[in-house]
Design a binder for this molecule. Structure first.
Ligand SMILES: Nc1ncnc2c1ncn2[C@@H]1O[C@H](COP(=O)(O)OP(=O)(O)OP(=O)(O)O)[C@@H](O)[C@H]1O
Ligand SMILES: Nc1ccn([C@H]2C[C@H](O)[C@@H](COP(=O)(O)O)O2)c(=O)n1
Length: 309
C-alpha cells in the first residue's frame, strides 16, 4: 500500500489520462506508453541485466511451487486439482523418472534399480529431466511434485535451473495413513510394497525433512494438514493458493515501471526508497540517464515489489 502511494506521488499522469482505480493495468499502461507498439521494458531490461540468458531462454520467470510430503501423503492427488483450478503445469519428479524408465534409455535401468530400493536417483538426472520439462511446457506457473527429496536435489536444482522456489507446499500426514494409502493405490508401482514403503519412509525422514526445515527457515513453507478426504484437504490448498501474493501476475506480460518526467531523478529517488535499483522510464518512452545508472547496476527489483501504475 505504502509503495503504491509512493508510486502515485512520483507519477505525473499524462493530461489525457483520467486513470481511475477501476481502469485495467493494460489500459493504464497504454497511457504510460503512448506508442501503439508498447516497449517491452522487462525484456529490454533483461538484455542489460545479469538475468539475461540465465533462465534458459524463458522470456518470463515462472512461478515455482515445490510440493513435498511423505510417500502417499497425497501430493499427486492435490497437484492434479491445483493444476486444474489454478492453471499450473504439473511436473511430477517421480513420473518423469518413470517415463525415463519406460523410454528404455540407458539411465532408465539405474533409475529403476534405485526406485525399487526406495532410494533417491542421482540429482543430475532428475534435475535435468525437470529442467527439460519446464522448458518444454514453457508454463508461467509450475508445480514440481516430489522434489527436492534431499539437500543434493535442492542444491543441484538451484545450480542448474538457477532458481529457488517461490513457495514450498508441505503435505503433513501421519505414517500409518500414508502406508494405508500406498498399499491401496493399486497402480502396479514397483515401490508400492511394504518393504520398499518402509525404506521410502526412512528416506523421507532422514533426507527430505531437512530440506523442508531449510525452506522453513527461509519462510517459504506452507504446511497443509493432509488428513481427511481429498476434497477437505483441497479446501485448505485452495485457500492457500488463492492467497499467494505474487501468483496471479506470474508470467504476465505486464511491464511494471515507474514513470516520471526527464530530470526528476526518479531512479535515484526510487533507489533511495527501496534500497534497490528500479527500472524507470521518462515520459518520452526513453530510458533516461537515471535508467542507464539503474541498468548499469545490473539488477531490477523483483516483480512482486514492482508498482503497477
Ligand atoms: N485424502 C486422501 N484420503 C484417502 N486416500 C487418498 C487421499 N489422497 C490421496 N489418496 C489416495 O492415496 C494414494 C496415494 O496418493 P498420491 O498418489 O496422491 O500420493 P503421493 O504423495 O503423490 O505419493 P507418492 O509420493 O508415492 O507418489 C492414491 O491411491 C490416492 O488416490
Ligand atoms: N526427486 C525425486 C523424486 C522421486 N525419486 C524416486 C524415488 C521415489 O521413491 C520414486 C517415486 O517418486 P514419487 O512418485 O513417490 O514422487 O522416484 C527420486 O529419486 N528423486
Amino acid at each position: 500500500m505504502w509503495r503504491r502511494r509512493l508510486g502515485a506521488l512520483l507519477l505525473r499522469s499524462p493530461p489525457s489520462s483520467s486513470s481511475t482505480a477501476a481502469s485495467s493495468c493494460q489500459h493504464r499502461r497504454r497511457h504510460l506508453l503512448p506508442s501503439e507498439e508498447p516497449l517491452a521494458v522487462n525484456r529490454l531490461a533483461r538484455l542489460f541485466t545479469s538475468q539475461a540468458g540465465s533462465d534458459g531462454g524463458n522470456s518470463q520467470k515462472p512461478f515455482i511451487a515445490f510440493v513435498l510430503g511423505g510417500p502417499g501423503s497425497g501430493k499427486g492427488t492435490q497437484c492434479t486439482k491445483i493444476a486444474s483450478d489454478f492453471g499450473f503445469a504439473h511436473l511430477s519428479a517421480g513420473d518423469l523418472l518413470r517415463h525415463e524408465i519406460a523410454s528404455g534409455s540407458e539411465k532408465g535401468e539405474l533409475i529403476l534399480d534405485t526406485i525399487k530400493e526406495g532410494r533417491i536417483v542421482p540429482s543430475e538426472i532428475t534435475v535435468e529431466l525437470i529442467r527439460k520439462a519446464m522448458e518444454t511446457s514453457n508454463a508461467n506457473k509450475v508445480l514440481i511434485d516430489g522434489f527436492p527429496r534431499c539437500e543434493e536435489n535442492r542444491i543441484a536444482f538451484e545450480r542448474i535451473v538457477g532458481r529457488e522456489p517461490d513457495v514450498v507446499v508441505f503435505f503433513d500426514c501421519p505414517e500409518d495413513e500414508m502406508v494405508k494409502r500406498l498399499l491401496g493405490r493399486n497402480q502396479g508401482r514397483v515401490d508400492d510394497n511394504i518393504e520398499t514403503i518402509k525404506k521410502r519412509l526412512k528416506v523421507f525422514e532422514s533426507l527430505n525433512i531437512p530440506v523442508i526445515d531449510y525452506y522453513s527457515s527461509r519462510g517459504k513453507v506452507r504446511k497443509i494438514n493432509a488428513t481427511g478426504t481429498a476434497d477437505e484437504i483441497f479446501d485448505a490448498v485452495h485457500k492457500l493458493f488463492s492467497s499467494l501474493r505474487n501468483l496471479h501476475s506470474a508470467g504476465s506480460d505486464e511491464d511494471t515501471i515507474f514513470q516520471g518526467i526527464p530530470g526528476v531523478c526518479l531512479a535515484i529517488i526510487c533507489y533511495l526508497f527501496f534500497l534497490k535499483p528500479v527500472l524507470t522510464l521518462c515520459r518520452l518512452n526513453l530510458l533516461c540517464s537515471n535508467c542507464i545508472y539503474t541498468l548499469c547496476l545490473h539488477e531490477i527489483i523483483p516483480r512482486e515489489t514492482h508498482i503497477t501504475l
